[in-house]
Design a protein around this ligand. Structure first.
Ligand SMILES: [Zn+2]
Length: 539
């Protein structure tokens, strides 16, 4: 048994993070994100507003239970009705999940202006609602909205709101810096006063916003002051300047000795090495480029440019790194024409089962090609299969299974006999397989689908091998605006073995970019089959 105190991580990406401009999760997105958080070891996942929002209602009805406590979010009961007669509260308590977080005003000014009820009525709403959740057997949480601003305006009333929840059985009383303007020293002072006022730190949570760039700092100050639940969102998304970044918080609490010697999380050292993948996977899901300067997980977090730092870094990494990049699943990058960059490459190639000597001139050529193509827009970090094919073409060989002579795609927009708009896409692909010429034609839902179907319609003797190949995801990113925009297409493929791989294409033309990614996907699948066959023959 550890004698360290437990810190609970509470993720609100699916609820508060949903307030981010441009972010709108589907039910499937929410399930995928909840599974990622669960897998990582987050203690609480706040899923949204079941009963008040159709997407969230559907999400709660579909969600399987995982390790994390699934938390429903909503309002306390209305004034003037009993908790048992409030339909909103009943829907929250009735929703699938392990915990219910109720939000309440704790600033008397808001009670008067926004709710238009008396201070006493608000306290009664808090107490009765929390008691009803606790009586249902679920964990009850109270989110004290505007707590710090409210405390500054009327300390006794803000504390009374928090106390009403605690005394009624709330497992957690969460102190929110809703406007995000509170400073770290104020957070420390006010939390000390709350604990002195009768609510133990082990029942307190912190919910910080980043409006002065201090959401993470404020959360850590709160932990030092005694709170034991920390709320945040993946990559710090959230309205305005975002919420506390739960990735940064988890890494800091786990790796900085001043915290790790006193506290433990639900994430062990091995789990923490997946934190970079979690951060990047979330950005992929949002279809946005990861911020290279994110603490711990950004591509530049452990990058050093040429010069005195780089040479010192190569002698002893500790000289310029505050933590070991491997601890968070990131890697060191020394951007000189040098050994550092080369070893990164060799490591990556070894991971793919390709061995190459450090002084092999073909390696220099491959590095130059990758750099040149990445400057054109290719993203090999996100397209493992395309990278492997590129590397094999330079360092080994890739058989030419087929040759594409040409392809053509037509999109026609017309009116049908009822005057309704109809678009039809048709593709023609001309291939050569073993000296045999093949022409395939196919219609599809949109031009890329038509092209994919035509391409895979007749691959001659390879047709049986690609029967189980399916496209799992398709992502388009425009790399620079204006009329000369370059399009990058990423395609995820999957087969019946459950293997998934990503391929990339880049072009001024979205169809051509898609075509390149499709070609790589099929070639990779045929290569993979041969690798497996080779392995089976060797055994
Ligand atoms: Zn918030």
């Amino acid at each position: 048994m550890s004698d360290r105190e437990r810190i609970y991580l509470f993720d609100t990406t699916l609820r508060d993070g949903q307030q981010t401009p441009g972010v709108d999760f589907s039910v499937e997105d929410k399930i995928a994100i909840a599974n990622m958080l669960d897998h990582f070891g987050i203690d609480y996942v706040e899923g949204g507003y079941p009963g008040a929002n159709p997407t969230d209602t559907a999400f709660f009805s579909k969600r399987r239970t995982g390790r994390a406590k699934m938390t429903a979010f909503g309002m306390t009961k209305r004034a003037g009705v009993s908790a048992s007669n409030d339909p909103g509260l009943a829907a929250l308590i009735g929703a699938a999940g392990d915990a219910v977080c109720l939000v309440a005003k704790s600033w008397d000014y808001h009670v008067k202006v926004a709710l238009g009820i008396s201070n006493e009525d608000n306290l009664e709403c808090i107490a009765d609602s929390i008691a009803a959740v606790a009586a249902s057997g679920k964990e009850a949480l109270l989110d004290c909205e505007h707590f710090f601003d409210g405390y500054k305006a009327n300390p006794a009333y803000a504390l009374a709101c928090a106390k009403a929840a605690y005394d009624s059985g709330a497992r957690w009383v969460v102190l929110c810096d809703t406007n995000g303007g509170t400073q770290p020293d104020e957070i420390a002072e006010i939390i000390a006063a709350v604990i002195a006022g009768g609510i133990p730190g082990e029942n307190l949570g912190i919910h910080a916003h980043n409006d002065t760039g201090q959401a993470v700092a404020n959360s850590l100050v709160a932990v030092n002051a005694g709170v034991r639940q920390v709320q945040g969102t993946l990559n710090g998304i959230g309205e305005r300047c975002g919420n506390a970044n739960i990735i940064t918080l988890a890494a800091t609490l786990a790796l900085k000795e001043r915290y790790s010697s006193r506290f433990e999380l639900g994430i062990d050292a091995e789990g923490l090495t997946e934190i970079s993948a979690l951060s990047h996977g979330f950005d992929e899901l949002l279809n946005r480029a990861p911020d290279p300067q994110l603490p711990y997980v950004g591509a530049s977090a452990f990058a050093t440019k040429a010069g005195i730092h780089a040479s010192a870094l190569l002698k002893d990494p500790k000289t310029y790194e505050h933590v070991d990049p491997a601890a968070v699943g990131n890697s060191r990058r020394v951007m000189v024409s040098d050994q550092g960059g080369k070893s990164n490459f060799i490591n990556e190639l070894n991971r793919l089962g390709i061995s190459v000597a450090k002084n092999d001139p073909r390696l220099d050529k491959l590095i130059a090609i990758v750099k040149e193509r990445e400057a054109m827009g290719y993203a090999y970090e996100a397209a493992d299969a395309s990278f492997e094919l590129l590397a094999l073409r330079e360092l080994g060989s890739v058989p030419e299974f087929f040759r594409v002579d040409s392809f053509r795609v037509m999109v026609e927009r017309r009116f049908d006999s009822h005057g309704r708009v109809k678009t039809v896409s048709e593709a023609v692909v001309k291939l050569e397989i073993d000296g045999r010429k093949v022409m395939s034609v196919s219609e599809g839902d949109g031009p890329v689908n038509a092209l994919d179907k035509a391409f895979r319609k007749d691959l001659g003797k390879f047709q049986g091998e690609i029967a189980d190949l399916k496209l799992a995801d398709y992502k388009v990113r425009i790399l620079n605006g204006g009329t000369e925009a370059i399009t990058r297409v990423l395609i995820e493929s999957v087969d019946d073995d459950g293997v998934r791989w990503w391929t990339v294409g880049v072009s001024e033309n979205i169809i051509d970019a898609s075509f390149q990614a499709l070609m790589d996907s099929i070639t990779f699948k045929l290569m993979k089959n041969r690798k497996l066959a080779g392995r089976a023959a060797a055994e």
